[in-house]
Ligand binder design. Structure first.
Ligand SMILES: NC(=O)c1ccc[n+]([C@@H]2O[C@H](COP(=O)([O-])OP(=O)(O)OC[C@H]3O[C@@H](n4cnc5c(N)ncnc54)[C@H](OP(=O)(O)O)[C@@H]3O)[C@@H](O)[C@H]2O)c1
Length: 273
């Protein structure tokens, strides 16, 4: 028997063994995504979308014990791990980084954020320093610290992507609408503008290390965050979190080193900075 035929037989045997083992030949190991603020809203939608795709999902939450919807995703052999992470707490970020040391993370999604939509302590005449610091810490410093702490994990992966979720309300050139409370989110909107700039800088710095850093906005999504701007009322005209997450996942797929220096929308359209 020729060496070529022996090789072919060996390759067939290996392929068959792999199929029997449920591995699949030519299929790389499942990609891993880590999502912040994954217990509800858009973050939960991301966790569901990537779990359905067969990815390994590290879904983080401030209070894993209360994350029932997230834990429910673990059914049917889906690879979902729930980890504790408060992006406003450096010790919490570092503790997770230590726990995940050496584990490749293909995609990090900085999703967690807070919004001063309900106006408490954040309206003109009532500015409260504590709210401002909390929003900037959660929405800007948090994504930076998480990205920094998990950068070795991202670098160790195949895909090497970091994506932060921003908002169209961050666009500075956008005309201010009339006196709506939504327009006057004094702390939230600047925090997302700052996030965009922070991520732009990060993108430029880690590009040479092969890491792609993107920014995507979800449009309007009927989550607790959006409802908080409208006195807790459901926003039925807005997208459902799972639908918006699926669209963003498709956009994230298209992000490359060449096209990330822009703010992408869930609909695949670029918006101004
Ligand atoms: N909904 C929209 O229309 C809309 C529009 C534009 C942009 N966005 C952006 O989309 C992303 C997701 O928002 P969403 O609408 O899904 O809001 P959401 O329903 O209010 O969910 C926010 C998530 O962030 C988490 N979070 C808040 N502070 C945290 C912290 N310090 N550490 C860890 N997690 C924290 C929350 O966890 P807890 O349950 O522990 O509070 C929750 O899981 C945000 O970046 C938001 O700015 C949303």
């Amino acid at each position: 028997m020729s060496t070529t035929n022996s090789f072919k037989r060996l390759a067939r045997a290996v392929a068959m063994a792999a199929v029997l083992a449920g591995v699949g030949i030519g299929t790389a190991q499942a990609e891993t995504v880590l999502i912040t603020g994954a217990n509800r809203g858009l973050g939960l939608g991301f966790a569901r979308a990537y779990a359905d795709r067969g990815w390994t999902v590290i879904a983080t939450a401030r209070n894993p014990d209360d994350a029932a919807d997230l834990k429910a995703l673990k059914t049917n052999g889906k690879d979902v791990t729930v980890e504790k992470l408060d992006v406003g707490d450096e010790a919490s970020i570092n503790a997770l980084a230590v726990k995940l040391k050496g584990k490749p993370i293909d995609l990090l999604i900085n999703n967690a954020a807070v919004n001063d939509g309900n106006g408490k302590g954040t309206t003109l005449g009532q500015f409260d320093t504590r709210f401002f610091e909390m929003e900037m810490r959660t929405n800007v410093l948090g994504p930076l610290l998480v990205s920094q702490a998990l950068l070795p994990n991202v670098e160790a992966s195949k895909m090497k992507k970091i994506v932060s979720i921003t908002s169209p309300s961050a666009v500075i050139s956008r005309p201010m609408k009339k006196e709506t409370r939504r327009a006057h989110t004094y702390f939230y909107r600047p925090s997302k503008s700052a996030l965009n700039m922070a991520m732009k800088i990060l993108a430029a710095e880690v590009r040479e290390r092969g890491v792609t850093v993107g920014i995507v906005h979800p449009g309007g999504v009927d989550t607790e965050m959006l409802r908080s701007v409208f006195d807790g009322k459901p926003q039925t005209q807005a997208q459902k979190p799972d639908d918006a997450a699926l669209k963003i996942v498709s956009v994230i797929d298209t992000l490359t080193m060449e096209n990330v220096d822009q703010v992408w929308g869930y609909d695949g359209k670029v918006i101004p900075w």
